[in-house]
Design a protein around this ligand. Sequence first.
Ligand SMILES: [Ca+2]
Ligand SMILES: [Ca+2]
Ligand SMILES: [Ca+2]
Length: 144
Amino acid sequence: MLFSGGAFTVANSILWGNSKIIQFNSLEEQSEFELQTSALVSINNSLIKKQNPTGAGNVDATVIGFDPLFVSQIGQNYHLLAGSPLINSGNNSFLPVDTYDLDNDGDVLELIPFDLDGSNRISIGIVDIGPYEFIDEVFFNGFE
Ligand SMILES: [Ca+2]
Ligand SMILES: [Ca+2]
Ligand SMILES: [Ca+2]
């Protein structure tokens, strides 16, 4: 993927190497990601492999030994493990509204209610970066 012009926005998203780009906003799935300085770029509350993009709230993936704690990178399973730096690192204000009324409550102006699994899009008050919200099983199931 090469952005050589135009403008694009990345928010609450994961761009991870040669695998999928996962997002909710304006980008489609891509296999590569490269920026040229002529592109107008807005990257916020996102993770880009081996980068620390300018913008607000991005995860610094340039740290030695950085691990986003995906369930399986090889298996391209981008669900998050407990302790992932992506948990609660999104920005709720970047979420799209529920235009298609996914929860059938007649409210199309609320924030989108579900993640890619159909779980609550926002858990513990703040959206996680990427398509899946981390659910704390202990919290979710009540007491152990
Ligand atoms: Ca709704
Ligand atoms: Ca609702
Ligand atoms: Ca969360």
